[in-house]
Design a protein around this ligand. Structure first.
Ligand code: HEM
Length: 399
């Protein structure tokens, strides 16, 4: 256990998480220079109490501000300004809007992607499907040409680079340089679209940030439009790619669950929550301690780093019966921490859920006998901060 989090890169981390959770108190991770927090109650308490445990970006330096696209990126904003921006972004993804997004953006994208491979009887689902949906959805919602494959793949890859740096605690000379290059390229890609929407506003996300932003933050500037948009693209891309990959993996490895959902789509929403809980796409988040206090029976000091492992909390046996298993009859399936809790809970959760639902629903409408290809390389749980199973080589019959 003393090997720490860094040594579980690319391998199944859940045995390690179980050991930390069973420890009497928090565990210090020397490589990550922080306390590992693995119980559901402790993670949730810290996330809810931002006045005691601040978001690390409250201390953002100029490098972080540049990489995040500006000082008024919601993850850097604090207090009333963050709350105000949070409410605005939640409105963008309110149920009425999500319904519209599904019909006019999400489903057309997914149907087109399925059409590309449905006659082949085989595909690799991450490459041809799950990794392509979220960046295209954000592009489409931003009135960009989502059929531009090269651009969609480039945006996904650039955001992935930035996400890796974030998961690394924003450290490493080479990683910082790579994240900085990626961030500048994302800005260069987005700026012409932002300028166009400023001149000719529509009902897309970029236009809404332009037109509604001035009522959200005082002196809302062009730089603030960029910072807000940059976060929607970053937070809404990589996260959902991994979450959908994990959900597909579970279906492919649990034939009885797949059969049940094929027959009865009313089980799909609970399955999606269980997939988010059992295999977290965002495994952990950081917080800083404001004053000396006790967390999980351990005395922590002002400015100590807490590494909240939501993926471990989501399998806490004190909270969940059979925590490692997908249970389609689980009560309150949405009470997991995959999207965090408290004032910084994910504003795009409804969009992510809609993408996951429509991807699985439409895939199962079009194919049957979906299974892993026994002759192809099997999937494994890749990466560290954001994680998913890859590759997903599958065989199927067209319906
Ligand atoms: C399954 C997919 C997703 C997962 C697992 C996820 C997870 C999270 C988590 C854990 C946080 C809290 C971060 C923290 O406070 O430390 C967060 C915040 C956030 N998410 Fe998501 N997210 C997902 C999809 C999305 C999407 C699709 C969008 C928007 C298009 C989005 C936008 C945001 C934003 C803007 C924040 C910052 C909220 C704030 O600081 O007030 N996310 N997300």
């Amino acid at each position: 256990m003393s090997d720490g989090m860094s040594n579980i890169t690319g391998i199944d981390p859940y045995g390690f998480y179980d050991q930390i959770r069973a420890n009497d108190g928090l565990v210090w991770d020397a490589a990550m220079k922080g306390w590992l927090v693995a119980s559901y109650d402790d993670c949730k308490m810290v996330e809810m109490e931002e006045h005691r445990f601040r978001h690390p970006y409250s201390d953002a330096d100029q490098t972080l501000i540049d990489i995040k696209g500006g000082r008024r990126n919601i993850t850097i904003l604090q207090g009333p300004e963050q709350a105000s921006m949070h409410r605005f972004l939640l409105r963008l993804f309110a149920p009425k809007n999500i319904q519209h997004y599904r019909e006019h953006h999400i489903k057309p994208i997914i149907n087109e992607l399925i059409g590309r491979f449905v006659d082949d009887g085989r595909t690799e689902l991450v490459h041809s499907f799950s990794s392509l949906i979220p960046s295209r959805v954000i592009m489409s919602l931003s009135a960009m040409d989502w059929r531009d494959d090269d651009l969609a793949r480039r945006l996904f890859s650039l955001h992935d680079t930035v996400m890796r740096w974030i998961g690394n605690g924003n450290s490493g000379v080479e990683e910082t340089a790579a994240a900085s290059r990626a961030a500048h390229e994302i800005t260069d890609i987005l700026l012409p679209y932002l300028n166009l929407r400023k001149e000719e506003p529509g009902d897309d996300l970029l236009s809404r940030v332009w037109t509604e932003g001035p009522a959200i933050l005082e002196n809302f500037s062009d730089a603030d439009v960029l910072a807000t948009t940059r976060e929607l693209f970053l937070a809404g891309t990589d996260t959902t790619v991994h979450a959908l990959g994990n959900a597909l993996y579970l279906l492919l490895t649990q034939p009885e669950t797949l059969a049940r959902i094929e027959q009865d789509r009313s089980a799909l929403p609970t399955f999606i929550e269980e997939a988010l809980r059992v295999y977290g796409s965002v495994q952990y988040r950081f917080r800083l301690v404001n004053e000396d206090c006790e967390v999980g029976g351990t005395q922590v000091k002002k400015d100590d780093v807490l590494i909240l492992i939501n993926a471990a909390a989501n399998r806490d046996p004190k909270r969940y019966e059979c925590p490692a298993h997908v249970r389609l009859d689980r009560k309150n399936p949405k009470d997991h921490l995959a999207f965090n809790a408290g004032p910084r809970t994910c504003v795009g959760a409804a969009l992510a859920r809609a993408e996951m639902y429509d991807a699985i629903d439409l895939l199962l409408d079009n194919v049957t006998n979906l299974r892993l290809d026994p002759d192809a390389p099997p999937p494994s749980f890749h990466d560290h901060y954001t994680r998913s199973f890859r590759p997903l080589h599958v065989l199927f019959d067209r319906k």
